[in-house]
Design a protein around this ligand. Structure first.
Ligand code: FAD
Ligand code: EGU
Length: 471
């Protein structure tokens, strides 16, 4: 009796491992609930760092991520520092640009600066008196039985810390997750895709954005693809996605220009030939990995969130958004189960695993689909069809990306609904095809055409088909 009251009166210590996007956000969520929060980050404080290394410079923030920021009162501030992207801008090989809106007016995604977002989140976490930030603390090992963690410092020293709950937000190569791997009945899979990515900077031209700023620019070229997001300093960060084996084939500056001349000719004058060559060889192409696991928790002692639980390939722009939503889902379950970790953790796994696995699958599916046959024409066609169906039947046919990007529909529900919609669309197509055949047969029987006219028109049709192919 006495023990339990003393346990309840003592504030529980929550150790958040990883001070990246999800870790810093999570520190705010736990601090807001009144826990004693200790955040441990292996790198130095990026607010003081001169060079910020790490992954992609900017990210697309959408509804799920924004909702999470709203919970900690940071939505407005981050939105004000982001650049709205109301549409994609599809760049065809011939330089033609075609915008396709993301949704109705007011439906847009935001291009945000990763480093800036991380800094704002760390600062927000620090404003709570019950948080303590520990930089230069790299988790080496921890004990699932005792909750004792061992951290390595840059000076070679070690530090041991105990916590009531360990929250693993230490990214795709999570050290927290290592202990999970040693346990029985832990499912784990990791897949590297054959593509790598490389970031190229497009500087302003005459002090202005080199391209229209309020768009997500896309150059879909089947196996090669480039995406560009605007930054506040009027630059664009272009991300080139390409199989590693093709990256390796390009070894000289001339070959870089040759390659861009062939696939992204409109970008050469915008990026500039020398910048292009310099950026291309500055860093080797980066790998992309997809990680799925289950469960996300060990007893009442440890839980994984963000990339540590589910790294996804970036072909839906949802990695961070999903990680941020993890924090909301956990928070909602904390309310439901009165902050009782032994009940909250299993429930979090039960609820969240199907959704994170669904977005991991969707992102991988989109990667395979884009690589297989998405050139600019196909991309435009598909998105037009999506938007047209949505326009005429907004209650029935909601594009998948709309559910994923602009709602908090559970990812696995979105997938289910998408399958159902596809069935409806296919039935509709089949029905209209059957109707068309029956209808035209009837008309043909009623008024048989002159056979000579028919042959001429068939020839014309053929010419048109050939013309279409060579467009
Ligand atoms: P991370 O950002 O990886 O942070 C992990 C932190 O833990 C780091 O600070 C690291 O230093 C620290 N750490 C690691 N190991 C230890 C240790 N042993 N001890 C202590 N600390 C440790 N998502 C989107 O939503 N929209 C996008 O447009 C988008 N675009 C992307 C484009 C690319 C090219 C890539 C690669 C990813 C993209 N993502 C996007 C995904 C997004 O980057 C990740 O999902 C997000 O960064 C995950 O955040 P996190 O905090 O879980 O992990
Ligand atoms: C990739 C890298 C267009 C940032 C998926 C769309 C992405 C982003 C799309 C990166 C694409 C692809 C969607 C958003 C977004 C599209 C989306 C991909 C942001 C299906 C910084 N993707 N990304 N889908 O619909 O839902 O515009 O690096 F080319 S935002 Cl691959 Cl919405």
């Amino acid at each position: 009796m006495e023990r339990s009251t003393s346990r309840q009166s003592r504030k529980k210590v929550v150790a958040v491992v990883g001070g990246g996007l999800v870790g810093a956000l999570n520190a705010c969520f736990f601090a807001k609930r009144g826990f004693d929060v200790e955040l441990f980050e292996s790198r130095e404080d990026i607010r003081r760092a001169k060079i910020v290394k790490g992954r992609s410079i900017n990210l697309a923030l959408s509804h799920r991520g924004r909702q999470a920021l709203k919970h900690i009162g940071l939505e407005e501030k981050i939105v004000a520092q982001g650049i709205p992207m109301h549409a994609r801008m599809i760049h065809s090989l011939n330089g033609k640009q075609s915008p396709i809106p993301y949704g109705r007016k007011g439906q847009y995604i935001l291009s945000v600066d990763r480093a800036n977002l991380n800094k704002e989140l760390l600062t927000a976490a620090e404003t709570y008196p019950n948080t303590k930030m520990n930089f230069d603390h790299k988790l080496q090992d921890w004990n699932a039985e005792t909750g004792l963690m061992t951290f390595a410092r840059l000076d070679g020293s070690k530090e041991q810390v105990k916590a009531d709950l360990i929250v693993g937000c230490d990214g795709a190569f999570s050290a927290v997750r290592k202990q999970f791997l040693r346990r029985s009945r832990f499912d784990y899979s990791q897949t590297y895709i054959p593509h790598g990515y490389m970031e190229l900077t497009m500087l302003p031209i005459n002090g202005e954005f080199a391209m229209k700023p309020n768009y997500l620019h896309i150059w879909p070229r089947n196996t090669f693809m480039m995406i560009a997001l605007p930054n506040l300093d009027k630059t664009f960060t272009c991300t080139l996605f390409m199989p590693f084996e093709d990256f390796e084939k390009i070894t000289t500056g001339d070959e870089v220009i040759e390659f861009f001349q062939k696939y992204f000719p409109d970008t050469i004058p915008l990026i500039g030939a020398d910048t292009l060559q310099r950026d291309y060889f500055r860093l080797p192409a980066q790998a992309m990995v997809s990680v799925k696991c289950n469960p996300y928790h060990i007893g009442d002692a440890c839980v994984l969130m963000g990339d540590a639980a589910h790294a996804v390939v970036p072909f839906y722009g949802q990695g961070m958004n999903a990680g941020f939503e993890d924090c909301i889902v956990f928070d909602e379950i904390m309310d439901q189960f009165n902050e009782d970790f032994s009940a909250v953790l299993p429930e979090y796994t039960r609820v969240r695993v199907p959704d994170d696995h669904a977005i991991a699958d969707l992102a991988m599916y989109n990667y395979i689909e884009m690589r297989a046959h998405v050139n600019s024409k196909w991309f435009l066609f598909r998105k037009y069809v999506d938007n047209i169906l949505y326009f005429f039947m907004p209650k029935t046919i909601i594009p998948l990306y709309t559910m994923v990007t602009f709602t908090r529909t559970r990812y696995h529900e979105a997938v289910k609904r998408w399958h159902w919609q596809n069935k409806v669309i296919n039935r509709g197509l089949l029905l209209s095809a059957v109707g068309a055949v029956l209808g035209s047969s009837y008309l043909l029987i009623k008024n048989p055409p002159d056979i000579n006219k028919l042959i001429v028109s068939a020839e014309k049709m053929w010419d048109r088909l050939v013309a279409l192919r060579t467009l």
